[in-house]
Design a protein around this ligand. Sequence first.
Ligand code: THU
Length: 134
Amino acid sequence: MDDKKLIELALAARENAYVPYSKFKVGAVVLTKDGQIFKGCNIESASFTPTICAERTALSKAVSEGHRNIDTIVVVGSLDRISFPCGVCRQFIREFGRDIRIISATSTDNYKVFTIEDLLPNSFGPEDLEHDNI
Ligand code: THU
């Protein structure tokens, strides 16, 4: 699926954002390497800490349905400039690969493409726990 179509889906996903506190709607889409799509939005909580970002909602849907081979994640915020995944989401995404494409968009005409390695260089990941000296 092409990037613009994915952005459209992320914009649609943003509509479901539950944001009574920040009023800042975010939408996300995960595209798996075998072409499956999972949408997500941010979901806030009155006690704040349990709030989940749109990217982690979408990625949790993919992984919990058995899809760990992630190709692309799109994020759309609510500003007139692109929004980037927060630090927690970067680490959460990085768990599933360093080459995952990240598209930050405001619309199908305004977006930038990165990899998670671009956004979280020199990261700690699952390979760092592959040792036998503990
Ligand atoms: N948020 C996301 O959904 N994704 C991000 O990468 C940054 C922040 C949400 C969390 C919260 O509901 C609102 O945006 C304001 O921080």
